[in-house]
Design a protein around this ligand. Structure first.
Ligand code: PMP
Length: 437
């Protein structure tokens, strides 16, 4: 039914009943989205497709907003039974078989949860109990992460997230966390994984500790859609495993075929993680996440760490959502589509870079996980749309991007203001970090 409140009334009531740190997109002109189909968002005043917004960032509605097959699967399951993983369910095991078949050996064991943060919490819990060889961990857990990383909003996951702990309101780096520089392929710094890992190991050793887990996204999204240089993760993993550390690949944003050339982005690096954490797109918007590991690691975890249960993790409806999303992904050939459409968008972005070389510094990424870095001050336009995004949508997006770049290039004052603002932001961030460390 049509909304009865105006946009301003919703805003006012939202301010009254939700915390002020609940962020809005476009706070100066927030969108009131009332329906969505595929990669189009309709607002309360959209009349037809031409008035719709093209969704270029939602990597949760993976196979498209409100996909009819996913919606029907969830609704049907909710109408039949929706209980938890303590009961037997055929769909529960069939889903684990279908999902783990997408992973390389020996990653065949699945734990289901409801959010990316919880999946990373579980990986952390495994690392707290075990070394990568399955032997029990006796020393306190130290963890290595990449600069700018985000791994979730729970207390422990926030401690693994420089994006948060060095960011506004952050608490600084916890003593058990060691930060590797984010490799910067654009400026050519921090490109060697092995050297970065050895420095983190030395920092831990100076505190009398060893590193027990290494967490990294397989494409660094919060850091600005950064792809690892060839061999980077292999180098880090080698050093970390010498320490007995578990290597965790956070595929919460970049997994499920988004990078096009591989189903899981870690495969682009030719490594096999000890644990892979997955979430966001997994149920196309229905909350479901997971941690995937080897049978041996799960067995040792069970022996050392006791029972695992999560009320909503692996509920019948979550499994229905996950299974339908995986099925649609395959039936509609969306991974191959991501490769083709992503290449088309990247070529279009590179043409814009050639046309505006002083505005566009770098175009990077793979498949439908792309980034365009503007100027030297670290502002990256991220592109990670629903996987049904096609060439027609790409051309509309590229035309709009071209218009904005043309306007910016023509407006020297605005350009200068943007440069000043981002220079000030970078300086502020640098000062805040120096104060923490
Ligand atoms: N890991 C990564 C890489 C993420 O991007 C996010 C969410 N933005 C999370 C973990 C946390 O997921 P959730 O918000 O579902 O807890």
């Amino acid at each position: 039914s049509a909304p009865t409140l105006t946009r301003d009334e919703i805003l006012e009531r939202r301010r009254k009943h939700y915390g002020p740190n609940l962020a809005l997109f476009f706070p100066e002109d927030p969108l009131h989205v009332t329906s969505a189909v595929g990669c189009r968002l309709y607002t309360s005043d959209s009349r037809e497709e031409a008035d719709s917004y093209l969704d270029c960032i939602n990597n949760v509605s993976h196979v498209g907003h409100c996909h009819p097959q996913v919606t029907a699967a969830i609704a049907g399951q909710l109408a039949r039974v929706n209980t938890n993983s303590r009961y037997l369910s055929q769909e529960h095991v069939q889903y684990a078989e279908a999902l783990t078949a997408t992973f390389p050996a020996p990653l065949e064991t699945l734990y289901l949860l409801s959010s990316g943060s919880e999946a990373n919490e579980l990986a952390l819990r495994v690392a707290r109990t075990l070394r990568c060889d399955g032997a029990p961990r006796t020393a306190p857990l130290h963890v290595a992460v990449l600069d700018h990383a985000y791994h979730g909003h729970t207390n422990a996951a926030m401690e693994l997230s420089p994006y948060k702990f060095y960011g506004p309101g952050g608490a600084g780096r916890a003593q058990h966390v060691h930060v590797l520089p984010c490799p910067d392929t654009y400026r050519g710094t921090g490109l060697g994984g092995e050297a970065a890992a050895r420095a983190a190991v030395a920092e831990a050793a100076a505190a009398g500790a060893t590193i027990g887990a290494f967490f990294a996204e397989s494409v660094i999204s919060c850091g600005g859609q950064v792809m690892f240089p060839d061999g980077y993760l292999a180098g880090v993993y080698r050093v970390m495993r010498e320490q007995g550390a578990l290597c965790v690949a956070d595929e919460v944003q970049c997994g499920f075929g988004r990078v096009g050339d591989a189903f899981w982005a870690f495969q682009l690096q030719g490594v096999v993680p000890d644990i892979v954490t997955i979430g966001k797109p997994m149920g196309n918007g229905y909350p479901v996440s997971g941690a995937v590991m080897s049978r041996a690691l799960a067995g040792a975890f069970a022996a050392a760490g006791g029972e695992f249960f999560a009320t909503h993790g692996g509920s019948n409806a979550a499994v229905a959502a996950g299974a339908a999303t995986l099925r649609v992904l395959r039936e509609e050939g969306l991974q191959a589509r991501a490769a083709a459409v992503g290449a088309h968008v990247a070529a279009g972005m590179r043409a814009l870079q050639a046309a505006y070389p002083t505005l566009v510094g770098d175009v990077r990424g793979r498949g439908l996980m792309l980034g365009m870095e503007l100027g030297p001050w670290g502002s990256v336009i991220k592109f990670k749309p629903p996987m049904c995004f096609g060439e027609r949508e790409a051309d509309r997006m590229l035309r709009a991007l071209g218009c904005e770049l043309a306007a910016l290039a023509a407006d020297h004052e605005q350009l200068q203001a943007l440069h000043d603002a981002s220079r000030a932001a970078v300086a502020q961030l640098t000062r805040a970090r120096e104060a923490w460390d």
